[in-house]
Design a protein around this ligand. Structure first.
Ligand code: PGA
Length: 252
């Protein structure tokens, strides 16, 4: 049985006040959070401790990025080991904004995945094609290559810590969502890449991200290879985030 996960990526948004209000509301509206669905909040790293305290074990917490190193003279960076020490359970790696705005390469993504897994955190590895790549018919090649490179250093005992989020770049923050059929097709392709790699592909959770909202989540989550969602904008509203979590069918 694959893990079912709905994760909210706050990006560079939020405040201590939002932590108090949103985490409290999500906890009170999702009775015994999520009927087997794991709920994760991924705030800016400064607020990780606040979310951990407010979530009180009912909601998992993650970080949006980690450094390629464990510690040392890297001003401004935070390591996977520190994220774990602060109560995080997972880390995003290779989000398209990191790749596009901060020049993160496939090689750095692979190193970060290694650091995250070695620290004991789960890695939510983000992959996705641009609009140009999709229109050129290269979406599957691009995504497959990103997946292969990102998991190149994963060892046999670490696959249960790996989650992959398919986030078409053209769908992030744009209001354009992949159709449920397109999402399913890419998720099936990612699972095939993982299988060819020798990974236990049927056990690895694959999330969809990119303009997931309360009104399109159910159709996406109903797809057989979509095991949850990575939610950006809509995760900043408790009401919308709760509705999206409720759209995820629980474990039967
Ligand atoms: P969005 O962001 O839901 O605002 O499109 C998704 C993401 O970037 O993870």
């Amino acid at each position: 049985m694959r893990r079912k996960i709905v994760a909210g990526n706050w990006k560079m948004n939020g405040s201590k006040d939002l932590v108090d209000r949103l985490v409290g509301q999500v906890r009170s509206e999702l009775a015994s959070p999520g009927n087997g669905v794991e709920i994760v909040i991924i705030p800016p790293a400064l607020f990780v401790g606040d979310v951990v305290r407010r979530a009180d074990g009912e909601i998992a917490v993650g970080v949006q990025n980690v450094a390629c190193w464990d510690s040392g003279a890297y001003t401004g960076e935070i390591s996977a080991v520190m994220a774990r020490d602060s109560g995080s359970a997972c880390a995003l790696v290779g989000h398209s904004e990191r790749r596009q705005l901060f020049g993160e390469t496939d090689e750095q993504v692979a190193v970060k995945v290694g650091k995250v897994l070695a620290s004991g955190l789960d890695a939510i590895i983000c992959v996705g094609e641009t609009l140009e790549e999709r229109e050129a018919g290269k979406a599957e090649d691009v995504v497959s290559s990103q997946v292969r490179k990102a998991v190149s250093e994963v060892s046999a005992g670490q696959w249960q810590q790996v989650v992959i989020a398919y986030e078409p770049v053209w769908a992030i923050g744009t209001g354009k969502t992949a159709t449920a059929e397109d999402a399913q097709a890419m998720h099936a392709a990612i699972r095939a890449v993982l299988a060819a790699f020798g990974a236990p592909s049927e056990e690895i959770s694959l999330l969809y991200g990119g303009s997931v909202k309360a009104d399109n989540a159910a159709a996406l989550f109903a797809q057989p290879d979509v095991d949850g969602g990575l939610i950006g904008g809509a995760s900043l509203s408790a009401k919308d985030f709760v509705s999206i979590c409720q759209a995820m069918p629980g474990k039967s």
